[in-house]
Design a protein. Structure first.
Length: 319
């Protein structure tokens, strides 16, 4: 096999876990052509976000010789990397070298101007910052990674595993990617997107006029809970209830109830062995089919896949 040079760019404040993902996956193996190098702004050392110093084997000149460049996340992502780093990334991008970012590594690639006009992703908690600082790009918050051919971006931390295995799959096929996934005890491919990992919360109320009614609704999600019933409990007209509810929560009563029911469904999927149909009934989502459709719309994966990933004790049973 022809040699494939993978250069991992460790900028100052690099996140150790993000750095470890590509170095583990692209490390030398008998059945892969990857040759791994970790480089930085200098060829001496870089300080990680955890405070320890990481020795480097190359400087920025290594980027020009790469077949693939991986940019892990870094701590102070709102501050652009040194101009030397940005210039080296820009030259590599213009040369058509494949560049992939993990988590907040997207900020370094964006600072080099390589994400302009593209739809990209990053850690969901940093998405607003990325769009604010670099308004020429668009962030998709609901995916684990995005492949734009020579420019790839991934979501937070372990989504970097998904992205790196995807690169291996493109380069060498599914069998090799699956072998590496087994070696590092990771899923060869995960369904869904970041939505499954975001702790969804109901909109924070801006006033408390309907607080008692919202609490009452949370304890009766298995019921139909119509607007007239909610209004009757609050002692107001249905029209007034809808207006106040939206003022206090930012969403309609219907939207609020759907979010509350999905949250309850997630909780029951994580903590019980109830069937989907039983959970649908307990959450007021009607039939199992309706729950599956609404759950996938809200979370990005099926209830079964969510339970497999998050039910208490799953990791212990499968590890």
């Amino acid at each position: 096999m022809n040699k494939h040079r993978v250069i991992v760019l460790a900028v100052d404040g690099v996140l150790p876990m993000d750095l470890g993902i590509p170095t583990q996956i692209f490390n030398a193996r008998p059945n892969t052509p990857y040759e791994l190098t970790v480089c930085g702004d200098t060829d001496e050392a870089v300080t990680t976000s955890a405070g320890f110093t990481l020795g480097l084997t190359a400087g920025l000149e290594a980027l020009a010789e790469a077949d693939t460049i991986i940019v892990p996340g870094f701590e102070d992502f709102r501050r652009p990397p040194h101009p030397r780093v940005r210039a080296a990334l820009k030259l590599a991008g213009r040369a058509g070298i494949r560049i992939a970012s993990i988590c907040t590594g997207a900020f370094a690639v964006a600072a080099a101007g390589l994400l302009d006009g593209r739809t990209v992703t990053t850690h969901w908690a940093s998405a607003d910052d990325l769009e604010e600082l670099y308004p020429r790009l668009r962030v998709d918050r609901n995916v684990l990674y995005i492949d734009n051919d020579t420019i790839l971006t991934s979501a937070g931390v372990t989504a970097g595993i998904d992205l790196c295995l995807h690169l291996v799959r493109k380069d060498l096929g599914a069998a090799v990617a699956n072998d590496i996934a087994r070696d590092i005890v990771a899923a060869p491919h995960r369904d869904g997107g970041q939505a499954q990992y975001i702790t969804r919360s109901l909109p924070a109320p801006q006033a408390t006029t309907l607080a008692d009614t919202r609490e009452w609704a949370l304890h009766g999600l298995e019921e139909d809970l119509t607007i007239p019933e909610l209004a009757d409990h609050a002692g107001v007209s249905p029209r007034t209830l809808t207006r106040l509810w939206r003022q206090e929560t930012g969403v309609s009563p219907h939207q609020w109830l759907v979010t509350a029911r999905i949250n309850r469904a997630r909780e029951l999927l994580e903590t019980t062995d109830l069937q989907v149909e039983q959970i649908a009934t307990r959450c007021g989502l009607g039939s199992g089919a309706n729950m599956r459709a609404r759950f996938r719309d809200a979370v990005g994966i099926t209830p079964t896949a969510y339970r497999r990933a998050f039910q208490h004790g799953t990791a212990q049973r499968t590890g």
